[in-house]
Design a protein around this ligand. Structure first.
Ligand SMILES: Nc1ncnc2c1ncn2[C@@H]1O[C@H](COP(=O)(O)OP(=O)(O)OP(=O)(O)O)[C@@H](O)[C@H]1O
Ligand SMILES: [Mg+2]
Length: 236
């Protein structure tokens, strides 16, 4: 199927006619209803919409974290639809940085160790991973907190570590699901600036799910999802 996809060199993500359903027969729920979306390399876009619209589901599918029933998803010229679980995990580690709403840091590890983890999975040496993770945490004004575990950090600090962990592999694509969901205005602005500046510096592509209009306003394009369908696309 891969060979049949007409790809454009500037395209980072192309999802076509995605249908995601739960249940069977008369109890089937359609969560994504023929979603098609194309995102260019280097673009930073936001996904907005009411709770339950399907925003996380869409992000998880593009991020190789969830399956779907119909359509195809191409990420960086690769049709990920036929991938096995292991192939999805490998592809994700190589190309995608995912930032979860509730940071999903590993509680038993320090900020530094959490940040290093994607590099260790790639079998980068511990010394190099540690050096890179510390450098990134320093940029994020988190150097003095590097040895602390998530329970000893504030919500804003945990989210900064989660962003550092997503960026440490210099991924081509950043997917962020309400990365500032539980942060106050000041911490939210700090986090978004760190994230967007890094994307712009590295030329990475970013999709950010947010309820925050001021964050959406900082992205190049706002896609509004309602009831599993794209209701509108607005260029900023
Ligand atoms: N495992 C599941 N089984 C059945 N329905 C599910 C399942 N997971 C999610 N859903 C439903 O899919 C719909 C979309 O969920 P999703 O998490 O994508 O919404 P969302 O737009 O991210 O909402 P929020 O803004 O609250 O995070 C919701 O109606 C949800 O109840
Ligand atoms: Mg969600």
């Amino acid at each position: 199927m891969n060979d049949t996809i007409q790809s454009n060199l500037d395209t980072a993500i192309k999802a076509m006619d995605i249908v995601k359903q739960y249940g069977f027969g008369s109890s089937t729920i359609t969560v994504l209803n023929n979603i098609s979306i194309t995102i260019n390399k280097g673009e930073i876009i936001s996904i907005v919409g009411p709770s339950g619209a399907g925003k996380s589901t869409l992000l998880n599918i593009i991020g190789c974290l969830d399956t779907f029933q119909h359509g195809y998803v191409q990420v960086l010229d690769q049709d990920i639809s036929p991938f096995s679980y292991d192939e999805l995990a490998t592809f994700r580690n190589k190309h995608i940085g995912f930032i979860f709403q509730m940071h999903n840091l590993m509680p038993e590890f320090t900020a530094l160790e959490n940040t290093m983890m994607p590099l260790l999975i790639r079998r980068v040496s511990k010394k190099e991973a540690k050096h890179k993770a510390f450098e990134l945490l320093e940029n994020f004004k988190m150097a003095d907190r590097a040895g602390h575990k998530p329970a000893e950090l504030s919500g804003g600090e945990c989210q900064r570590v989660a962003v550092a962990r997503a960026l440490i592999t210099q991924p081509d694509i950043i997917l962020a699901d309400e990365p500032t969901g539980n942060l106050d205005r000041k911490n939210s602005d700090i986090l978004i600036e760190l994230l967007f500046n890094d994307c712009k510096d590295k030329g990475s592509t970013a999709m950010v799910v947010t309820h925050d209009q001021s964050i959406a306003a900082k992205t190049q394009r706002i896609i509004t999802l309602i009831d599993g369908m794209i209701q509108s696309e607005t260029m900023n």
